[in-house]
Write a protein that binds this ligand. Structure first.
Ligand SMILES: C[S@@+](CC[C@H](N)C(=O)[O-])C[C@H]1O[C@@H](n2cnc3c(N)ncnc32)[C@H](O)[C@@H]1O
Length: 283
């Protein structure tokens, strides 16, 4: 309320990542899963499916603009509905295995030859751990006992609730080329495919050189393919975008390159085959 004669100040409603009622439900679902897992009352498959359902459901009602780098100051329309589990469809093909580890370390331990090494690394300086940490914490919660949970809570810092994380070499301009070359050199793979954005830290020539170095082939042996994609835009396209409910913001503008459609972006795919003589551990 403003007093007579003064200019009314706009109320600043500080929001968060989740509305309190959603946060409570997410917490309850995670507590249930943690308890059921600890008691052996749930199969491993059901546990993973339900946990994935909580992660995906939480993401639907998160008060963000694309990533968890920040929450928005006012509740967005997607936060108005109820929180519900969103169960992902199990993959139709053979079961995969996920590792939570630095890929450069992991490939050194692989003993079996790989048919294909497909690498889809971060392409800019924005760390995934700092932009998806909320989902990471949700996914970790049911694996933590009371002491581990207290340690996690005590480690949280910053306005957006970051947890300490290891920085990726793929997000560092000065380290990324060496990281890529080391990864392909160490992986026992016959075929290597790399996906990268044309707006990334590395240019096409640098990627070509890094792959050639890692595989011990000539740079001309690396194939470079370009796929046209539509740029991901978290703001509305057109006259004006409402990012935070009330304040009008101008849509972000990107320079349109000659011969390109509006918002057209190229995804790069590099392909290289490791020479059999150099394949060593490969088939
Ligand atoms: C462009 S995303 C890949 C997205 C994935 N291909 C998909 O379609 O869902 C890059 C991923 O690499 C992970 N990452 C970053 N540095 C890494 C490293 N050194 N080792 C393994 N993964 C890493 C990030 O956490 C992120 O999940």
């Amino acid at each position: 309320m403003s007093s007579p004669g003064t200019t009314p100040r706009r109320e600043l409603r500080v929001a968060g990542f989740f509305r309190p009622q959603h946060a409570r439900r997410i917490d309850a679902a995670l507590e249930y899963l943690a308890a059921a897992r600890a008691a052996g009352a749930i199969s491993a498959g059901a546990f993973k499916l339900l946990l994935a359902g909580v992660v995906c459901g939480a993401d639907r009602v998160a008060n963000i603009c694309g990533t968890y780098g920040a929450f928005l100051k006012r509740w967005q329309p997607n936060t108005a509905g109820p929180f519900a589990l969103v169960l992902p469809l199990p993959p139709a093909g053979p079961l995969g295995r996920a590792h939570c580890e630095d890929a450069n370390q992991l490939v050194r331990r692989l003993e079996q030859p790989l048919d294909v090494l497909y690498i889809d690394p971060p392409y800019n300086g924005r760390e995934y751990c700092a932009n998806y940490h909320v989902l990471e914490v949700i996914a970790r919660r049911p694996f933590l006992d009371a002491a581990a949970l207290r340690r996690l809570e005590a480690s949280i810092y910053g306005k957006t609730g970051l947890v300490p994380y290891e920085r990726s070499r793929y997000c560092r301009r000065r380290q990324v080329a060496a990281a890529l070359a080391e990864l392909v050199a160490a992986a026992p793979a016959r075929h290597v495919v790399v996906s990268y954005s044309e707006e990334g830290l590395l240019g096409a020539e640098e990627i070509r050189q890094a792959l050639a170095r890692g595989l011990g082939v000539a740079p001309s042996a690396i194939e470079h393919h370009r796929l046209s994609l539509r740029r991901f835009r978290s703001d509305a396209d057109g006259r004006s975008a409402r990012l935070d409910g009330e304040r009008r913001t101008r849509p972000r503008r990107y320079r349109q390159l000659e011969g390109r459609g509006r918002d057209e972006l190229q995804e790069w795919l590099f392909y290289a085959r490791r020479p059999l003589a150099a394949a060593g551990r490969t088939a």
